[in-house]
Design a protein around this ligand. Structure first.
Ligand SMILES: *Cc1c(COP(=O)(O)O)cnc(C)c1O
Length: 465
């Protein structure tokens, strides 16, 4: 099958795709009939498909292509490393330079005493590591029963059995016999959808205090850790009210609960700091990393843990690891990516240039007739679609119907923007220029206007009673 190329007719590629390729998070039957869009090339913030269309990628792939597409330096780093040492493991008293250098670099970049890295091939694997790490940590300290991990509804922590159990996605829990035991979920800080009559500040506190209530109910001696994304990504770019995180930190400190920040999306500049934990002002004991770590050019992730956890775990043989933990090619690519992020001051570009400009335009979207709240942190943003802003009403149609119509219009206008239910989200490459942002907004506004016309025409501009 090495003869399959970008130059085959799209229909043939789609037919082979439908016949043999199972897509993640898709109904492959209908998708096969419709035909998947074939992406053939990418440069900067633009994708090209097999029909030659140029598409502005406002999702940076899956939230990961932080430095943009087409950076030869990363290809060169991969080729160099593949020639020198394409693979070796780090299991049996061995190590290699890319893993050493990347771990040391991450220890330098990560805040506080987060100085030790356990590598994985992505975020799901890293969160599976975290489940075993925190339980082993407490067992080593003589508290084997301190093994419950508290997470949040509508969180996304990955797709493996362990990480999907941590996650709080209803659709995922409905399939395949998850969650695993001893995972407990509290409510998310989504004021727009769930805040009722409370102010955002009151609601943020109330939702944080659900953690305290859960700990009291389950028992302080039973709860090992709390895991959360600094800003929920796949859940719809949900930004917690300002009162939320300080209260979460207070509760974790008070009850001696490890705080795991899942930085898979927020890490590496997305929020305008190196890590989302810095943006929301928390001091995690463990951070999950992946995605932007290599800007998606190679599959790599990991857990960065603090000195104390590393020391305690170090006293025992931790029976855990992946064939590709610290893979030398992926590590070399990640190092080159971090070099570019640092030397080209991309995090500063986000903080001082791109994000402020994007924020001002994004927040003005709240004036559009379809849009309720418009939320943004750094270069991740969401809008809630509503038929009635004042009452924060939901649409009468099946949830996601309106979001899907908008998303389809975006695709039609060569803009990749995602919908999560009736929220629209973006997470563009961090290297977006101000003129890219202008171009993106032209497409967003055109798509929203077209979608509004569709929605009115189909009689869907109705609030749920
Ligand atoms: C994508 C994601 C993961 C899972 O990472 P994979 O590399 O897909 O396994 C975990 N946590 C968060 C917050 C994510 O967005």
């Amino acid at each position: 099958m090495s003869t399959i190329t970008n130059h085959m007719p799209t229909a043939e590629l789609q037919a082979l795709d439908a016949a043999h390729h199972m897509h993640p998070f898709s109904a492959n039957g209908p998708l096969g009939k419709e035909g998947a869009r074939v992406i053939t090339r990418a440069k900067g913030v633009y994708l090209t498909d097999s029909e030659g269309e140029e598409i502005l990628d406002a999702m940076a792939g899956l939230w990961c292509v932080n430095i943009g597409y087409g950076r030869d330096e990363l290809a060169d780093a991969a080729a160099r490393q593949m020639r020198e040492l394409p693979y070796y493991n780090t299991f049996f008293k061995t190590t290699h330079v890319p893993a050493i250098a990347l771990a040391a670099k991450l220890a330098e970049l990560a805040p506080g005493d987060l100085n030790h890295v356990f590598f994985a091939a992505g975020g799901s694997e890293a969160n599976d590591t975290n489940i075993r790490l925190v339980r082993t940590y407490w067992a080593e300290k003589g508290h084997a029963d301190k093994n419950i991990i508290i997470s949040r509804k509508n969180a996304y922590h990955g797709s493996s059995v362990g990480s999907a159990s941590l996650g709080g996605m209803v659709g995922m829990h409905a399939q395949g016999g998850i969650p695993i035991p001893n995972i407990h979920h509290i409510n998310q800080p989504n004021w727009w959808a769930e805040g009722g009559d409370m102010t955002p500040e009151e609601f943020g506190l109330a939702r944080a205090r659900e953690l305290e209530e859960a700990i009291q109910e389950l028992g302080e001696d039973r709860v090992a850790a709390f895991i959360a994304e600094p800003v929920q990504g796949a859940g719809g770019v949900i930004v917690a009210p300002e009162t939320y995180w300080p209260e979460i930190q207070r509760i974790c400190d008070k009850y001696d609960i490890l705080l795991i920040a899942d930085e898979v999306i927020c890490g590496f500049g997305r929020t305008g700091n190196w890590f989302g934990s810095q943006t929301v002002g928390i001091r995690p004991d463990i951070m999950t990393i992946a995605k932007g770590l290599s800007s998606g050019y190679a599959p790599i992730g990991g857990s960065i843990v603090n000195d104390e956890i590393a020391e305690v775990i170090g006293n025992t043989e931790f029976n855990h690891g992946y064939t590709y933990s610290g893979h030398p090619v992926a590590a070399a690519v990640a190092l080159e990516n971090l070099r570019i992020l640092e030397e080209e001051k991309i995090v500063e570009h986000v903080r001082d240039v791109a994000a402020p400009y994007l924020k001002q335009k994004w927040e003005a979207l709240a004036d559009h007739p379809l849009v309720g709240e418009a939320k943004i942190v750094g270069m991740m943003a969401s809008i809630a679609l509503t038929p009635d802003k004042a009452s924060r009403a939901k649409f009468a149609s099946e949830p996601g119907t309106i979001g899907y119509i908008c998303r389809d219009r975006c695709f039609g206008n060569n803009l990749i923007m995602r919908h999560v239910g009736d929220r629209l989200i973006i997470s563009p490459p961090l290297v977006l220029t101000l003129s890219d942002i202008d171009e993106m907004f032209e497409r967003i506004l055109k798509s929203l206007d077209e979608a509004q016309a569709d929605i009115i025409e189909q009689g869907l501009m109705k609030a749920a009673s």
